[in-house]
Design a protein around this ligand. Structure first.
Ligand SMILES: NC(=O)c1ccc[n+]([C@@H]2O[C@H](COP(=O)([O-])OP(=O)(O)OC[C@H]3O[C@@H](n4cnc5c(N)ncnc54)[C@H](O)[C@@H]3O)[C@@H](O)[C@H]2O)c1
Length: 337
């Protein structure tokens, strides 16, 4: 029998989630809530969900439709209230990134998951990417498990309009979470400390700092460096970033677009070691993006397995975000462990 989903948030991403839920054969979308009730009603109508509950009151919606789970696609500032309300009412939650607008709120959400005994997973959708998965495999199989160096560049000139133009730290809080999370996923390492500078170039069309450079000390001695900008016109990187991973047996690179590859040491002799180029295998049937995270979440609800993005794990990626912001604010290296 299909599981009943209640969706909260009917903005751009909420509508993408509406389609995602409707297209999943294990799910029935039974309700849609937004503080703008008309937006929820219109979004439901567009998907021809004539019998779905719509409105602006989450608690009422939960009481009415008794969902098997809630999907939170509201703005970051609302994630805590929506998630805690749903968990307290006994509904597992699949929420959009970033988990919360502060570490304090995020800890409250993790505590609410523990108190209710219900799963709270963050849909860190860019983890669900066949190429990222292949890159991780290539690093583990050919470069050596423990990386020493990991670099990523993210340069995109994005003219969004809306909340990102007004919020503080739009790059680090709204986007770098994906890249930081990918760094944890690729390396298997967790953050220990960060030094970061956030800045806003003179021509930036953002109110908050839209560029950043950060150095993370990670477990196992790894240094992960991040450089990025939302207001960099031209010669853009991909949305996944441009990566270099260096380990004991060589270097693996990925431009965030094409298949990742590696130069693997064959013979360590002479001035330059002899290396061979190795390409990666990309799984053709991999289900990516929010369709992938939804499948992972449903599988976890059915089996009790811990999915990627489970709140106790995802909060470590969020910690990289808030640690970087604190470092930028104070000018100090910030410990994260
Ligand atoms: N994974 C991705 O690649 C990706 C891409 C885009 C957005 N997102 C995330 O999705 C979330 C939503 O982004 P968006 O672009 O759809 O924003 P948006 O501003 O277009 O929509 C947000 C909606 O939430 C509603 N809302 C706000 N507070 C609410 C509350 N307390 N209760 C109910 N509804 C409330 C608003 O009325 C609005 O309709 C954000 O967390 C964003 O970071 C993720």
């Amino acid at each position: 029998m299909a599981m009943k989903a209640l969706l909260v948030g009917a903005g751009g991403m909420g509508r993408a989630w509406g389609r995602n839920l409707v297209e999943n054969e294990d799910v029935e979308l039974v309700g849609w809530v937004d503080i703008n009730a008309a937006a929820a009603a219109e979004a439901a109508e567009q998907l021809r969900l004539s019998s779905a509950f719509t409105g602006d009151d989450l608690s009422k919606a939960i009481a009415e439709v008794k969902p098997d789970f809630v999907v939170d696609v509201t703005i970051p500032e609302a994630h805590r209230d929506v998630t805690v309300t749903a968990l307290k009412a006994g509904a597992p939650v699949l929420g959009e990134k970033p988990m919360a607008a502060s570490m304090e709120q995020a800890r409250e959400m993790v505590a609410a998951s523990e108190a209710s005994g219900k799963l709270y997973m963050v849909s860190q959708s860019r983890r669900y990417d066949a190429r990222l998965h292949a890159y991780r495999q290539l690093i583990a199989d050919r470069i050596g498990g423990s990386l020493g160096i990991l670099n990523s560049d993210f340069y995109i000139g994005a003219h969004f309009g809306g909340f990102r133009d007004e919020m503080p730290s739009p790059l680090v809080l709204d986007m770098a979470i994906h890249t930081f999370d990918a760094a944890r996923y690729l390396s298997g390492a967790d953050p220990i400390a960060v030094y970061c500078e956030e800045f806003n170039p003179s021509w930036s069309w953002y109110k908050g700092d839209a560029s950043a450079t950060a150095i993370f000390e990670m477990t196992g001695g790894l240094r992960y460096t991040y450089r990025g900008s939302w207001c960099s016109e031209g010669a853009g990187t991909s949305w996944e970033g441009d990566w270099r991973a260096v380990g004991p047996h060589g270097t693996a690179v990925w431009d965030g677009e094409h298949a990742p590859s590696a130069d693997v040491v064959l013979e360590a002799a002479g001035f330059h070691s002899k290396t061979e180029k190795v390409s990666s295998e990309i799984a053709p049937d991999y289900i990516g993006g929010i369709a992938g995270s939804l499948r992972d979440f449903i599988h976890a609800l059915k089996t009790g397995e811990t999915p990627m993005g489970e709140c106790h794990d995802n909060i470590k990626s969020l910690q990289m975000v808030f640690g970087a912001m604190e470092s930028a604010r104070t000018g100090q290296r910030v410990r994260l462990d």
